[in-house]
Design a protein around this ligand. Structure first.
Ligand code: B12
Length: 212
């Protein structure tokens, strides 16, 4: 079994220390960070998601795998975020109210930082007002929202509505993401854009803010 399969398998089993060690070994062996992320960590988490849906595993198992994901992301972080890129603008990100899933949102934050954006991360379970208040206070032209639950994704439209009701349309743009979302959903709630993964998010944010 190659090292990326080992990482995926250890993440699935929730072995956080092993995932951290294997990730460091893969980095030292020169495996590209993007491959470690996609074919190791995310591949393992996808299996966890499928097993959880089929009720083959339960919430405590998913929590252990989430902890293992973070153990792998930690050494990977500086390699995903390239150093020395000039600042390109501020982005406020967070996971919407009621939703505690933050792995994907954190990955998007890492990728945006790596591309030279200043990222203000409000964490998870974020009130719609907090997104808009922070963007106004910080002078950030973009809000990125994440949702992993079909029950919380609809709350994103409250942020879009707040931007409109405060007369900030055009000044503050929005981009949304998370596994249950789609470009159609983004259009439906009036968000400016949608991205399905971290690297697409970087491209879409650059386009929205008109930076090269
Ligand atoms: C890990 C996990 C958890 C962990 C979360 C730990 C953490 N700190 O995040 C824990 C154990 C806490 C958890 C809890 C729950 N979970 Co959960 N969880 C998952 C799981 C297995 C993986 C999610 C993940 O991290 N994926 C990996 C990341 C990298 O992918 P991602 O989040 O999709 O992010 C990428 C893109 O979507 C995009 N993206 C994400 N955010 C953003 C934001 C922007 C701005 C942009 C542009 C892009 C973008 O880029 C990211 C990077 O590529 C999913 C299954 C799945 N396949 O999604 C279930 C899943 C999301 N959970 C589910 C459920 C039901 C729950 C619970 C309700 C369970 C319960 N009975 O209590 C609770 C909810 C708690 C709450 N209030 O939020 C369901 C949701 C079903 C639904 N229809 O809504 C899923 C789909 C599992 C399933 N198959 O049933 N969960």
């Amino acid at each position: 079994m190659d090292i990326l399969n080992h990482i995926a398998e250890s993440l699935r089993k929730g072995e956080d220390q092993r995932v951290g060690t294997l990730t460091r070994e893969a980095i030292a062996a020169g495996v590209p960070a993007a491959d470690i992320l996609q074919e190791g960590l995310i591949a393992g988490m996808n299996v966890v998601g499928d097993q959880f849906r089929l009720r083959e595993i339960f919430l405590p198992d998913v929590l252990l795998s989430a902890r293992a994901m973070y153990a792998g992301l930690e050494p990977l972080r500086p390699h995903l975020a390239k150093a020395g890129v000039p600042l390109r603008g501020k982005v406020v990100i967070g996971t919407i109210k009621g939703d505690l899933h933050d792995i994907g949102k954190n990955l998007v934050g890492i990728m945006l930082k790596g591309a030279g954006f200043e990222v203000i991360d409000l964490g998870h379970d974020v009130e719609p007002e907090a997104f808009v208040d922070t963007a106004v206070r910080e002078g950030a032209p973009l809000i990125g929202m994440s949702a992993l639950l079909t029950t919380t994704m609809s709350r994103m439209k409250e942020v879009v509505a707040l931007i409109e009701s405060r007369g900030l349309s055009g000044q503050i743009k929005t981009i949304v993401g998370g596994a249950p979302l789609s470009p159609e959903f983004a259009r439906e709630i009036g968000a400016d854009d949608y991205a399905s993964d971290g690297s697409t998010a970087v491209e879409r944010v650059k386009a929205l803010l008109g930076v090269a």
